[in-house]
Design a protein around this ligand. Structure first.
Ligand SMILES: [Zn+2]
Length: 347
């Protein structure tokens, strides 16, 4: 019978030492060091396994058994201790990391109004001062309201001035201008006098470029009543333009053509970039085209429910995008609906 291998005693000792050290460990890193020392490759337990072959034959099973038992005991104890250490460290963190409510907060992103909203509001307030109300009309129109009732019958050459979005349903279009609102408001108000502006989005099937978009705002002006003259129109529009640009700006009216007004005119303002001398903005003319206008056509008045023998009126239409472009020297109309923060943040 051989002598009892020394490794058995060593295993017993190392197991005791390891367990007592483990019981005092408080930190995760120390646990890792312990694991390396008592369960790592060069630990007593692992050397015991590799020494089995060199042990006297009759003790080999015992050495193996004991090494296994010690290994399992140590592993279980480590797992148990790791849990305790983790819980303790969480509890410490919670206790230490209190929320400091006195710290300054993160500043939220400030929004702003869209440049078109700003210019529209400016237009509303100027007309409001002159007694005009805002009248909202629909974006989706019937062919009848968008064209026919405005004195633009089917096959009328003036229809070529508008490239229209049609839908599957015949006779339904996206409005190409805000003018159909004129008919809506007249039919609602007749025979009372009317003083309104009609703002909103219009849609045209056009090639998108720096100068034209498929959607854009328009603001229509309409006044209907007794004894309304071309002079009233000129005075009202001059008053508006002077409040919008500046009190001294000169204006002029040029004869023009629209199917729903007669006579019709274009209103120009003196170029405020060059003061009328001629520059790239006014293309050398010294004048900027700002809106179309005219005396409401008798047919349109009649379609709206007013007797043209008794009533008269004037109408005008302008593009707020164009006004913004002139006011802020914006060179490309596509910026307005491109949703680019770098552009929008500037207003
Ligand atoms: Zn100019």
């Amino acid at each position: 019978m051989s002598e009892k291998p020394i490794i058995l005693e060593e295993l017993e000792k190392v197991s005791e030492t390891a367990l007592s050290i483990l019981a005092g460990i408080q930190e995760e890193e120390v646990l890792q060091t312990w694991k390396k020392e008592y369960l790592g490759k060069s630990s007593t337990v692992m050397s015991a396994f590799s020494s089995i072959g060199q042990q006297p034959k009759e003790f080999r099973p015992l050495v193996g058994q004991m090494a296994n038992q010690v290994k399992q005991t140590l592993e279980a104890a480590l797992e148990e201790r790791a849990k305790i250490v983790l819980e303790a460290s969480l509890a410490r963190k919670v206790a230490q990391e209190k929320i400091d409510v006195t710290l300054p907060g993160r500043e939220p992103l400030k929004g702003g109004l869209h440049p078109q909203t700003l210019v529209l509001r400016r237009i509303y307030s100027i007309f409001a001062e002159m007694g005009f109300q805002v009248y909202r009309s629909r974006d989706v129109e019937s062919d009848q309201y968008n064209f026919e009732l405005l004195n633009i019958p089917a096959h009328h050459p003036a229809r070529d001035m508008w490239d229209t979005f049609h839908i599957d349903q015949p006779g339904v279009v996206l409005r190409t201008h805000t003018s159909p609102g004129q008919i809506h408001v007249m039919r609602e108000q007749a025979p009372n006098p009317i003083r309104v502006i009609l703002p909103g989005m219009c849609y045209r099937y056009e090639q998108i470029s720096a100068r034209s978009e498929i959607q854009f705002n328009q603001v229509e002006v309409l006044a209907v009543g007794k004894n309304i003259t071309f002079g009233d129109m000129k005075g009202t529009l001059n008053g508006f333009v002077r409040r919008l640009f500046n009190a001294d700006v000169r204006t002029r009216l040029r004869p023009s053509y629209f199917p729903f007004t007669e006579p019709s005119a274009e209103m120009d303002v003196e170029c405020f970039v060059c003061g009328g001398k001629g520059c790239s903005v006014c293309k050398g003319s010294g004048w900027l085209e700002i809106m179309g206008c005219g005396i409401v056509h008798p047919t349109v008045l009649r379609n709206g429910g007013y007797d043209p023998e008794v009533y008269s009126g004037f109408a005008a239409g302008m593009g707020p995008e164009r006004i913004s472009m002139l006011l802020h020297k914006i060179e490309d109309i596509r910026y307005f609906w491109g949703n680019d923060y770098r552009f929008l943040e500037q207003f």
